[in-house]
Write a protein that binds this ligand. Sequence first.
Ligand code: ATP
Ligand code: MG
Length: 562
Amino acid sequence: MSEATRSLNFIEHIIEDDLAAGFPKGGLRFRFPPEPNGYLHIGHASSICLNFGLGLRYQAPVNLRFDDTNPTKEEQEYVDAIKADVEWLGFRWDRECYASDYFGRLYQWAVDLIRLGKAYVDSQPSEEIARQKGTPTEPGTNSPFRARSVDENLLLFQEMKTGKHPEGTHVLRAKIDMASPNMLMRDPVMYRILHKAHHRTNTDWCIYPMYDWTHGESDYIEQISHSLCTLEFKPHRELYDWFLDQVAEAGKVRPKQREFARRNLSHTVVSKRKLLQLVNQGVVHGWDDPRMPTISGLRRRGCPPEAIRTFADTIGIAKRDNVVDVSLLEFHMREHLNKTAPRVMAVLDPVKVVVLNYPEGESEWVEAENNPEDPGAGFRKVPFSRELYIEREDFREEANRKYFRLKLGGEVRLKNAYIITAEHVVKDARGEIVEVHCTYDPKSLSGSGTEESLKKVKGTLHWVSVAHAMEAEVRLYDRLFSDPVPDQHKDRDFLEFVNPDSLQTVKAFLEPGLSEAKSGEQFQFQRLGYFCVDPDTTPAKLVFNRTVPLRDTWAKVEQQAE
Ligand code: ATP
Ligand code: MG
């Protein structure tokens, strides 16, 4: 389904209705507003693709706005990582904005609210304020400080700002309605005292604005037309609008908050807090561990940005929270990599084949197609010789007629090379097969045009020449959690569902052309899957990550379990 032909999603319908009602197309502006308190994950990718996708569709600017109002959790490291991830996904923002840049403006507006009798300093402990909030069915109780004079409020708020008061002693609250059926409208806190340095404003501020007070006003300052957020903010919309009512001027764009459902991915968790736990407890090696559902983890694993974008476009946006199966993301990875990744041969679990009638000490270079899906990808040469590795699981001494790999007395084609027949095996003292002795048909070379080369053989195996092979470390990843929804079980901690076998490291043998492979490069290891070069690679040691196997092995497991 192409972007142009798919039907409109419900957010686009809202925008179309606004345009039809006279809102100027040139006034459209969107934003993606991450809090820099962790790395972006695949859930954020949905929001990024939605907002930047709208920007592309309507040729409207999209801001990258850091929602940095909580100095205790936010860091420059996260800001840098978020920018790198959005760029890597292929999007360009119009302006790079920070809520912290608006602290002065927000403070002035708060002073205006105090002057108008619409905000007051409450000097009760937070537990007391919470107790007075009431319940959804019972109204709250007015704070004894609600009737403070404007002058006293102005003085106290000024003192809060200059650091005269310790944390927790005062807050600034909006004076709305302690009996509102919407609990969020019961005099919400606008500012709290925090004697903490901020990653951008340093120690300039001792008070920090709350999310609700900051977000809508930031949208207004940037003149965002449609402020899209996840469903949990739906009850906040009334407050978003109330705050806008206090500051919005005629003739300016009035931002509109609309909500869409969070996207969850199966067999993982998409919450920065929980991902941070995995990092801190050493369950994974870092935010960019290839098992993580973070954008940086997916990148390191070898997931192409196009796969994330087509995945996000395919699942679209929804009005209800839901879990999308990770195999759908893997499907899009395969779809893209099938077209782009050069084919190579690698053996991950070798058994040696000796071709008895191939001259000892000789070798030849056979021609191999780089990518049958891409005619422009060309050909390369691969060395063939008397001793080869094939996968251990590609040989059996005995097997039934449905086994199309190598068995004693049977023949297979070695990809791009010759047809071989297994004659007998050599075993060690423990009975394990150490060599499979074969013969080959010298006239059967693939592509040579002879009658033998055209002979149809049921099985084709990948292989590498022992004398020429490159060694590499290959990291095989599996799902990080064995349960599809690890964080949605009552009374069970999501960490209980960590898959203990999510990483397996093997020594592999590769065709020699791979010695030049650079970090990030991607390949199809024929018959095995897609792999990419890990940044841990050094001139002395190649390291590969398995991005995805060629086939979805979990689909089988899950079918059997049913
Ligand atoms: P987390 O719970 O992981 O910290 P968050 O919503 O607190 O997520 P933010 O940095 O505030 O993280 O999110 C930036 C934007 O991305 C917000 O608009 C948020 O609604 C959206 N977003 C976050 N998680 C998801 C998700 N799973 N699916 C869709 N959008 C998401
Ligand atoms: Mg958040």
